[in-house]
Design a protein around this ligand. Sequence first.
Ligand SMILES: Nc1ncnc2c1ncn2[C@@H]1O[C@H](COP(=O)(O)OP(=O)(O)O)[C@@H](O)[C@H]1O
Ligand SMILES: [Mg+2]
Length: 501
Amino acid sequence: MADNNNNDINQTEEQLVFNVGDSVTGYTIIEKIDEGGYGQVFKVSKDDKIFAMKIESNSQEGGSAIKLEIEVLKDLRAKKMPNFPLVVRAGRKIKYHFLIMELLGENLRTLKFRSSNPDCLSVGTWTRLGIQCLYTIKLMHDCGYLHRDIKPSNFALGPSDDLLKKRLIYLFDFGLARKFVVKARDERAAAMTMTTVTQQSVMGTVEEKLENIKSSDYRWRLARRRTDFRGTQMYASPNAHDLKELGRADDVWSLMFMLAEFIAPLPWANEDKELANVKKSSKLSEMFKSEAFDKLEENLKSCDYYTPPDYEIAYNLMKSLLEKSGTNWNDPYDWEMKDQPEIEYRKWKDEKTSKNVVYVWENPKEFFKLDIWLNVPKPGSVKQKLKKNASVEQISGQQTSEGRKKNEENLEATKTIGEEGKSVEGKKKSALSKRKTPSIVMDFDDNATNCTTTMCAGPATVLPTAPLRPIAPSPRRKGKTSRKKKESSVRNKLKNLIRKK
Ligand SMILES: Nc1ncnc2c1ncn2[C@@H]1O[C@H](COP(=O)(O)OP(=O)(O)O)[C@@H](O)[C@H]1O
Ligand SMILES: [Mg+2]
């Protein structure tokens, strides 16, 4: 069906209906990949190229979580992080939000079922998946985000048209993500630092990219004493059931549950009311049938919102099991082994060996040791309090960092208790979704960190503010001199305070 500016393609108030052949903002629907309670994912095409398109209705309670997803993906992309899908286009129509991104391969849930023994993946397969997933989760943490919905259906293989990416594991679905650190300094200065990073690459210099993230520009977002449940019942960490503010350790905890399920059903798989209790009394060492996992469990239990998990313990556990299994990084995965390795796998192996490619997770060196946020002062310390004041003071343009924080809060999806295996999200009404706004589309050009914004016709009244726009204070509203003055006044305050101490 032809695209029109009202986009009322067979849409009722409650449900959006898209059919094969329909066109959304110039992209033609080829097939439906997935449909959940809140969104639909399609394979779409434009100019002979194929993409994935995620659509979420604006009329569901709390509006669409894609707004948050776009924001996170945009930021990960600006930092040139590998292992997350590239965004091609994103925006809002009257009844829905859409996100067009690179088309990934099958998700891990599907691949498990396609494996030779879906009930128990081989050690060589689950440990290699685990190490890559851990790597991707840590990359996200090192960019300042928690995922909070780690599960097999939120990881997928890379784009199938790229030989060296098609067997990599990508992480997506950032509808429940949360920033745990926020910029305390002028956004523009940091954005300029970002532009120095090298071209997006799946191998090699991830350290280079991380070096460009200056933790001194950031401050912690305070942990709330109590939150709503976030995540998916089956994989949520014990802390999520206790309604605690989730931290980086909780993502790793969910990952361990996800991997344990690759070997055997989780002890709480058939539980309903007792699910949380059974989960809390189950031990990782029993699930993985190895006492070595006690150390990891101990570490995860000791972490709070501000403390990172010991990623290295998790990595070393998987690495040693992988080595013991005698499996090589270049060997086929369980789903690639039928009678003999699949032809696509063999092409990949030839390419990888001929180009001598070693991915970061095959030899991570210091990566899992590095805690990029170590020097960000914990709340409560003098420095942190000053930094907090400074951030409000420094950005006196139209949008203060507090204003941005509010936007983030508004964007954050809250979640009521979800069904088993499915993240069922009730999302907060964002300031944005409440407003009557024109349709807005963002185009992401291929190698830029910024995006261009174009307006589509629609019954518009108010222009949207952040987060659909790049979030930098307007240079026109904020002269260099006044900002410098304020920065120096903050510096003086800091000096005085440190002296007094
Ligand atoms: N970029 C993509 N390419 C291919 N498939 C995708 C892509 N994004 C999502 N999917 C598929 O759609 C499913 C649902 O997408 P997801 O973003 O997880 O939405 P939901 O919020 O409904 O869980 C995923 O499990 C995956 O199989
Ligand atoms: Mg999902």
